[in-house]
Design a protein around this ligand. Sequence first.
Ligand code: E4P
Length: 218
Amino acid sequence: MKFFIDTANLAQIKEAQALGILDGVTTNPSLMAKEGIKGHENILNHYRAICDIVDGDVSAEVLATDYDGMIKEGEMLAALHDQIVVKIPMTKDGIKAIKYFYDKDIRTNCTLVFSIGQALLAAKAGATYVSPFVGRLDDIASDGVELVAQIVDLYRFYGYNTEVLAASIRSTQHIIQCAEVGADVITSPLDSILGLLKHPLTDSGLAKFVEDSKKMNA
Ligand code: E4P
């Protein structure tokens, strides 16, 4: 399973990259705005800076919501760096844009996916990644991990190449659950990734080893 970090914060991206387990980055307009990134040139420079830090795929979302706007913006983002994956919302125009980019060999991430039917359309259109939003489904008393499992099964049944990218991860437990149902990728905030490191028996075991190692040096 690939690990992407879900942030536009350069310090956190560097910290995750330094761990040696990072496969890519996802951003969205909310995450970019949170970092105070404004204006066309600053947006492009920020994506360039992210691509310089990581080796893997970097999802950059179009701001346009109409077909022509998505095509124009997506082509510009794709030309920016070969690591860029154009992130396109799950709409009628979005599906048309994903098919257009598929035919041009430009990679896409279909975002804001909340149902199996939407995931089916994204794969049919040739999306490189499909992003079911786990946490936002849980927020409305639905089951985000169950949707990830359904999409994984459907894609395997039909042999679609689209990778299932579990997004809107809110906890370490979400990462584990998405791994267990066969997600190809999870994109997560840094703290949920770091949560995978933690176990009290590791801490107490290491404390004992450190204590006993002093006897060995005596
Ligand atoms: C990433 O691709 C998504 O935009 C992101 O995971 C959404 O996360 P949120 O639901 O926590 O905003």
